[in-house]
Design a binder for this molecule. Structure first.
Ligand SMILES: *Cc1c(COP(=O)(O)O)cnc(C)c1O
Length: 819
């Protein structure tokens, strides 16, 4: 039975006393000197006392019950602010608001004091956060393992339209109130050195790693609070600290480790999150982060397993380890090393345990995002792991030889080691060979993993390659961020939908109800006003909420095609100024996106959008019909304002390039209509809502592949389409950069002479036509309301609760355990 009530015993007087205590003893503030920030911090600490108690109780219960658990390993957890969300999960939102009010504090203002923990780049990190929320909500035993970066994803600002990056010290100087240091869980992590052979006391030939240095891993736990239940799971984040003096002595004694790295620098391992999304950079410090994360996490999993009185032989029965992309792949040779060298298991036994423990999620087909590591680098930093990888590959190559005798081409293709002048280790191949399940993240993507990326692996290991379609948590992405819509949904379908999203299908029968349509659209209007107020206050741009709010928010990447959106805006600009017969409903185009600091074209696209915005927003000739707003520093807390305010959701990646997307789901749940390609989860969203309730355009995956094979010529489209030509040519002029023609020309150059790798020009005409359809349909508000309601009603498949049940039932074989 859904509980739907307060899940925590709440003693208001005791809570207020705890806040007062933290105000004075933890933050040294008095009622007179306390700022809003000190009140927020003290409140957070008082709440963390409750969640920490439940976290320890959950840990104890799961150990006693010998419950099977999943360990979710991810280099990124883009959790966003915790306070408001945890208050909802704990069922304490109203109680705490009242308690704080009695102390003269407004809860909404206090919540605004929290800085987002931006410990991730984009979709992959946000997925890990939604998954932790859904594991806890459904009480599937879990630990999230990540890194305690000192600096999260950079803060973005614009100077003269260009992106400027600043460090994100997300913990502030006071530390983050929700995090709890777990000194007893510290681990020592080895690096560098060499491998030696020795004969043990039983006369057996063994190998062992003699490290060149060690660093310390310190655990911080963030509480993942189960919605409407008492379970709290740890998100365990490792911070690296160097124990320098000890290591320096060893260095100086001639224990040479390549001398590329000093013990002092080891303190930097968890200093900063690498800001690349869908791009492999191959830097040594990143490999060190990955190994540090895996070594601490695997050691902690084994510690828990043994502390609960279990034998190493039962590891795979009680623990499973999910690798979020290949970033934590080095956990596989790390577990093998421990089983072989420390537990002294034979290879076959160690391999059986290891390969039944690990599962791997593939997040991309993009070649530039598939990680490879230099064999020489691994050899130097992790010599024993390199030996183990060679052994895994040696045995795997025998299997390939048995299956395809004498076929060197297939061996070259499948080998974990990529041959060449500089040999590289292919982490995805290592994962497929060494895990019991490999999943893609949407039906289309998973089919392409089987068909295009790993066809031979699919033959070799039938059934191993599978699909789990992504999802998002309805607690954060509807209930918390859209209270107006939430109240409306609860009124119609009852209030247990946040934990049972199937229930929102009950809205379907109100899609044609005129009174309901009005109220639904009134909520949308309020949410648009909330966003317009934010924009006016923070950017000084005035917006009309009768305009269509058309939003593209996601990392800046060519494959996501923000420049296709820009070309459409330029086409509208051109038509408004040059075609007296052209009319359009007023529209505001919103963007939010960070570009990787080293990604020049992505930064050029940001600059171009900002320059176009400057001109367009102040051009009286446009009669206020066109506005462009690039929201700086896009992050979870801004996403929470943007998704509920959208009329139109832009999901326009080149077909075959976006593995799933999750922004698409958040928009649709909140009643935005999607304009999108047949890519990622858009395909399944279309299946759910029906073709009439989504705007699909563009080439299909097979058409994209065919066009590329035939020899794609972007100039063909340029010459054939005068509107496209006008839009592209505007980028050569000084229309948006007065006195400086050519400042935006890099984009045009990339699309024409650069070959347009993501087929922007090929999809342009259909994109423009589909936007014309949107314009026409928006004018009929009743029809639009019906479609928007149906989008909300038909999105239950995309709850991350369903994703987690798929993992639990089909991959992990995991049962819920309630506290
Ligand atoms: C959902 C989300 C993403 C992922 O968006 P996509 O459109 O799926 O790429 C990225 N960043 C934030 C802050 C998000 O909330």
């Amino acid at each position: 039975m859904p509980k739907n009530g307060q899940t925590q015993q709440f003693n208001k007087a005791a809570f207020k006393a705890a806040v007062e205590k933290h105000l004075t003893t933890t933050y040294a503030a008095t009622d007179d000197t306390a700022t809003t920030r000190s009140w927020y911090l003290a409140m957070g600490k008082a709440l963390a006392e409750i969640s920490t108690g439940n976290l320890l109780a959950t840990e104890k219960n799961l150990a006693e019950q010998k419950a099977r658990s999943v360990n979710y390993l991810s280099l990124e957890f883009l959790i966003g602010r915790l306070t408001g969300n945890n208050l909802i999960s704990m069922g304490l939102y109203e109680n705490v608001a009242e308690a704080m009010e009695e102390m003269g504090q407004n809860l909404t203002d206090l919540l605004e004091e929290e800085r987002d923990p931006a410990l991730g780049n984009g979709g992959l990190g946000r997925l890990a956060a939604c998954f932790m929320d859904s594991l806890a909500a459904q009480e599937y035993p879990a630990v999230g393992y990540g890194l305690h970066y000192e600096y999260g994803l950079f803060r973005q600002s614009f100077v003269d339209g260009r992106q400027v990056e600043a460090p994100d010290a997300w913990r502030g100087i006071e530390g983050y109130p929700w995090e709890v240091l777990r000194p007893e869980l510290a681990q020592e992590v080895s690096l560098y050195g060499h491998v030696e052979a020795y004969t043990d006391e039983n006369g057996v030939e063994c190998r062992r790693w003699v490290p060149g240095m060690t660093v310390e891993g310190v655990a911080w736990d963030l509480p993942i609070v189960g919605y409407d239940n008492k379970s709290v799971y740890p998100l365990r984040l490792w911070e690296c600290r160097s124990n320098a003096p000890f290591n320096l002595a060893r260095f100086n004694d001639g224990d040479y480790v390549g001398a590329q790295y000093s013990a002092l620098e080891a303190g930097n391992v968890t200093k900063v999150l690498y800001p690349n999304d869908n791009h492999d950079q191959g830097k040594a410090l990143r490999l060190m982060q990955q190994y540090f994360h895996c070594a601490c996490s695997v050691a902690d999993i084994l510690r828990r397993h043994e502390a609960a009185g279990n034998t190493i032989e039962s590891l795979a029965e009680l623990e499973t380890i999910q690798l979020n992309d290949t970033h934590p792949t080095i956990a596989i040779p790390e577990l093998m090393r421990i089983l072989l060298d420390e537990y002294k298991l034979g290879w076959d036994k160690a391999w059986e345990i290891s390969s039944k423990t690990f599962a791997y999620t593939n997040h991309t087909l993009l070649p530039e995002a598939l990680e490879t590591w230099s064999e020489a680098l691994i050899q130097q930093m992790l010599p024993r792991h390199m030996e183990i990888i060679f052994e895994i590959n040696h045995r795997f190559m025998k299997l390939v030889e048995q299956t395809w005798p004498g076929n060197n081409e297939v061996k070259r293709k499948l080998s974990i080691i990529q041959e060449g002048p500089h040999r590289m280790v292919r982490m995805a191949n290592l994962c497929v060979v060494s895990t019991y399940a490999v999943n893609g993240v949407a039906a289309l993507h998973s089919e392409l993993v089987k068909r295009d990326l790993f066809p031979e692996f699919n033959e070799l290991f039938p059934g191993r390659l599978t699909n789990v379609t992504n999802g998002v948590t309805p607690r954060r992405w509807i209930k918390y961020c859209n209270p107006g819509l939430s109240a409306l949904i609860s009124e119609k379908v009852g209030n247990d939908w946040p934990a049972n999203l199937e229930k929102i299908a009950g809205l379907e029968k109100f899609a044609d109800d005129a009174a309901f349509q009005k109220r639904y659209m009134a909520v949308k209007k309020e949410n648009k006003q909330r966003l317009a107020d934010w924009v006016e206050e923070n950017m000084g741009i005035e917006l009309d909420t009768d305009a269509i709010f058309d939003i593209q928010i996601k990392r800046l990447h060519e494959y996501k095609r923000q420049h296709l959106n820009l070309l459409h805006i330029l086409a509208l600009y051109h038509r408004l100024l040059n075609d007296p017969t052209f009319d359009m409903h007023p529209r505001v185009f919103f963007f939010g996106a960070k570009a990787a600091p080293g990604y020049a074209l992505a930064k050029d696209i940001i600059f171009a959008i900002n320059k176009v915005a400057e001109k367009v927003n102040n051009d009286p000739r446009l009669g206020g019909k066109l506005k462009v707003v690039f929201i700086p520093d896009y992050r979870v807390s801004l996403a929470e304002i943007l998704f509920p305010a959208a009329d139109v959701s832009e999901q326009i990646s080149t077909a075959g390039k976006e593995a799933s997307g999750t922004g698409n789901m958040k928009f649709a749940m909140n009643g935005a209509l999607t304009i999108g390609t047949m890519d990622g989860a858009n395909v399944e969203m279309r299946e759910e809502v029906g073709d009439e309730n989504i705007f699909i355009f563009g080439l299909l995956v097979d058409e994209v592949q065919k066009l590329k094979e035939e020899g794609y010529d972007p100039y063909r489209y340029y010459h054939a389409d005068s509107l496209l030509r006008a839009a592209l040519d505007l980028l050569e002029t000084d229309e948006f950069t007065p006195g400086n023609p050519g400042q935006l020309a890099a984009i045009r150059h990339n699309l024409l002479d650069g070959g347009d790798p993501y087929l922007v020009l090929a999809d342009f005409a259909d994109y423009v036509k589909t936007h014309e359809k949107i314009d026409a349909e928006y004018r009929d508000q009743k029809t639009w309301a019906r479609k928007a309601i149906l989008n909300t009603a038909l999105m239950s498949k995309f709850s991350s609760d369903r994703s987690i049940r798929d993992y639990a039932n089909n991959i992990w074989k995991l049962e819920p355990v309630s506290l």
